[in-house]
Design a protein around this ligand. Structure first.
Ligand code: C2E
Ligand code: MG
Ligand code: MG
Length: 761
């Protein structure tokens, strides 16, 4: 039997790089009565200390600088093998041979599984729970003491004639020791292949009676059928020395217990004559392992494999396919506009949608395919097929088709689409990471192609993806490096040819790329959210420019500025302003744009009606309600509002009534063929008439020829803008232009139909 003084005198080593933890653990242990506690904050000393002191228990932190807990366990394992024992932490010290328990200190559940594999006996979880920790330590030390005593017994009895051991020992010391062990313990005779002893724990665990004289096979009877073959195969090694393995028992009540069996030989002068077996019930640990595996490999919401398992599976599938020359397709899916659903219906229904979506996906695939949730609204599928390249495309179409049916989310009918990217092993890559990356690239290509579609990866996409990344990185620095400039394009009134104002158009002087036009980088500014800062810079620069022209004696020049819808919906206001505005029921993100605009006007003493904001139809229509209220407030400030590129979007004049619009700009695509295409001519004429009936001014964009100019003049269009009159020019050239003449632009500034470059010469 173990005594509590044996336990309290056990040699314990605490290893943690944090002084606070060491002191805390030391304090808890000594206040519980432990007398022999050593501590170190240096993981590198642990093995040397253990060699000298042979601890009974080591409490080991996992995350330590220089050498982590896993490395320490590795080194402890080496000490064991130096001592001649291969498995587990078995320590030999002057005839004693027992398992050195290591309890791992960790706050991270994902480390537990690895720690168990590395040989840890259990865990002390941070933050420390005093009672739980002390109970755990006590139990571990009690087992350790019992093992030590049994060990001594086994050593003492070596070479002693059998009848002198068992008849005498059974019933007294031996029985007390072995009978009180919390593990199954048995002694088996190598020569007559029967049990010499088996403690009552076996019957308690299995309900099966095994006693002296029974054959070894009897304890294998309850082995789970699926583990039977392996267990019997490994048991064949038993007479040679030791087995050390886990397996399942299937008990009469059909419950399953996991056991760990370790055996070791007892030798006399003639060699091995006894085998001692110790069997632990490790069901709880296995269940914990399973739970850990579940947590670390499966997504809690959809129960699908998570990103970790997706990668592991993909690597495995690729390895198998290397051998049997199969094709593996990786499908990367992203739910389109998922954020909107979350924003409008709330997270609970967003989660519900993800669950339902995952079920639909599963329905579209074969049982052998793998579906995983890779991130928020991103899913991945792995399809294996013999040689059918088209399979992935078919599956993608099937998924799109399956999504046509709306989801019923607690009464809300929601239809979603997905953008899908496909990459194929071994065509696009032979390694998992690149396949996933390529699939992701192809998925983004589906998004930019208008969503609700799929794309196979092509190498050209990679070049584009890298370029895009480079561009984004360069854009992040462009504002600080003063690489943006504004060009100004005059607008002219058709009745007299007078300059009525300018449109400010953004240019990016990108090093090594020359002057880059806005169509090439505005989408990236919008996607990255940089448009907020760049847009603010544009408004500020324009206001400064208006002030400069005034100071230069040129006069008050109205300037229109293009505004992206995203500028209304993103904000980086400081917290004080957000709080203050929310208290007044005002949406801060909207307000930021207004504040910036108002500040720019005020600081440059500009009349607000000199500033005009150009918005496209689509940015007016997204978040229309929100936009109306911002525009109304901007109008109150006196700012002019125009609809840009009219005719390319919804082409409905109805919102001219809803929004406080001053100007309508007819898109260049109508003007281009206005003199040759009767439909374009009719539409343009109708737009001009309707706009006038709503008291809205009309500007025609992209006028390139005298014929177009004359046509528009004949139809009563108010203003024109285009290369025919002037290309967009740097501010100083505009200054010269305006200072030189009477501000009447003659249609001779540029050659008709010659494009922007020819115009600026
Ligand atoms: P937009 O607002 O419709 O601007 C007119 C575009 O037509 C300009 O292209 C201008 O250079 C071009 N253009 C003018 N006259 C003619 C012509 O006679 N023929 C032809 N073929 N083109 C003509 P740009 O400067 O490349 O700007 C393209 C678009 O980029 C703009 O279209 C506008 O939507 C956007 N953009 C420009 N600057 C900004 C900005 O500061 N912020 C935002 N959000 N968007 C901007
Ligand atoms: Mg514009
Ligand atoms: Mg336009």
């Amino acid at each position: 039997m173990t005594s509590s003084s044996d336990i309290l005198n056990a040699r314990i080593l605490v290893v943690d790089d944090r002084k606070g933890n060491v002191e805390l653990l030391h304090g808890m242990l000594s206040s519980a009565g432990y007398t022999s506690i050593a501590c170190t904050m240096n993981p590198r000393e642990v093995c040397d200390l253990h060699r000298t002191n042979r601890y009974d228990l080591i409490l080991l932190d996992l995350m330590m600088p220089g050498m982590d807990g896993f490395q320490v366990m590795e080194c402890l394992r080496e000490i064991e093998s130096e001592a001649g024992y291969e498995s587990g932490f078995q320590v030999q010290s002057q005839g004693e041979r027992t398992a050195l328990p290591v309890l791992v200190i960790t706050a991270q559940p994902q480390h537990k599984e690895r720690a168990l594999q590395a040989g840890a006996k259990g865990f002390i979880t941070k933050p420390f729970d005093r009672l739980q920790m002390l109970t755990h330590i006590h139990d571990v030390l009690e087992i350790r003491q019992l093992q030590k005593q049994l060990q001594k017994f086994a050593v003492r009895s070596e070479g002693v004639p059998e009848e002198k051991i068992f008849p005498r020992e059974t019933g007294d010391l031996f029985d007390q020791l072995a009978g009180n062990l919390p593990q199954v313990f048995w002694i088996w005779d190598v020569h007559d292949k029967t049990f010499r002893y088996i403690n009552p724990e076996w019957e308690k665990m299995t309900g099966q009676r095994v006693g002296r004289g029974d054959r070894l096979e009897t304890i294998f009877e309850p082995v789970h059928p699926e583990d039977m073959e392996r267990v019997l195969r490994e048991a064949a090694d038993l007479p040679l020395g030791g087995v050390d393995h886990d397996y399942r028992l299937l008990l009469p009540d059909m419950s399953i217990r996991w056991v760990h069996l370790r055996t070791f030989p007892i030798k006399d002068s003639a060699g091995v004559h006894r085998i001692v077996g110790v069997m632990d019930d490790i069901t709880q640990r296995k269940q914990a392992d399973q739970q850990l595996l579940q947590v670390s490999h499966y997504d809690a919401l959809t129960h699908l494999p998570n990103r970790v398992l997706f990668y592991e599976s993909l690597r495995k599938v690729i390895k198998q396919s290397e051998m049997n020359h199969r094709i593996v397709s990786v499908l990367f899916l992203d739910i389109d506009n998922f954020k909107n659903i979350n924003d409008t219906l709330g997270f609970a229904l967003g989660d519900e949608l993800l669950r339902e979506f995952s079920l639909r996906l599963l329905e579209c695939l074969r049982v052998t395919d793998i579906v995983a949730r890779i991130g928020g609204d991103e899913f991945g599928c792995i399809l294996v097929s013999a040689d059918d390249l088209g399979n992935a495309g078919l599956v993608a179409s099937k998924i799109r088709e399956a999504l046509r049916q709306p989801f019923d989310l607690q009464g809300h009918q929601v239809t979603v689409t997905a953008s899908i990217g496909i990459s194929v092993y071994p065509i696009d890559s032979v390694d998992a990471d690149t396949l996933v990356k390529n699939g992701d690239t192809a998925m983004y290509r589906s998004k930019t192609a208008g969503r609700d579609t799929y794309r196979f990866f092509t190498p050209e996409m990679n070049v584009r993806a890298i370029e895009k990344l480079d561009q984004e990185n360069a854009l992040r620095k462009a504002l600080d490096r003063d690489e943006f400039v504004l060009h100004y394009q005059p607008k002219v009134d058709l009745s007299g040819g007078w300059v009525t104002g300018m449109e400010a158009l953004l240019r990016w002087k990108r090093p090594e790329h020359g002057v880059v036009g806005p169509l090439e980088f505005i989408p990236a500014l919008e996607q990255t959210g940089l448009i907020t800062q760049v847009g603010a810079w544009v408004i500020e620069s324009v206001c400064r420019q208006i002030a400069e022209w005034r100071h230069a004696g040129i006069g008050e020049i109205p300037v229109s500025v293009n505004v992206s819808g995203r500028q209304f919906s993103r904000g980086t206001l400081n917290q004080d302003v957000i709080r203050a505005t929310q208290a007044n029921g005002i949406q801060p993100a909207l307000l930021e744009f207004e504040l910036q605009t108002e500040r720019a006007l005020r600081e440059n003493s500009i009349d607000s009606d000199l500033l005009e904001l150009e918005l496209t139809e689509s940015s007016l229509m997204t978040h229309a309600k929100k936009t109306v209220s911002i525009l109304q407030r901007l109008k109150v400030l006196g700012i002019q509002i125009s609809i840009d590129d009219f005719g390319t979007g919804y082409s409905s004049l109805s919102y001219v009534k809803r929004f406080p619009i001053d100007v309508l700009k007819i898109d260049r695509s109508f003007i281009q063929e206005i003199t040759t295409n009767s439909a374009d001519a009719a539409i343009t004429t109708a737009i001009i008439d309707m706009a006038h009936s709503l008291h809205v001014r009309v500007v025609a964009e992209g006028v390139e020829t005298a014929e177009q100019f004359d046509f528009l003049k004949g139809r009563g269009c108010d203003e024109v803008q285009g290369f025919y009159l002037s290309p967009p020019l740097p501010a100083n050239e505009i200054s010269q232009l305006l200072l030189s003449g009477n501000r009447r632009l003659k249609p001779t500034l540029c050659r008709p139909n010659a494009g922007e470059s020819a115009c600026s010469s």
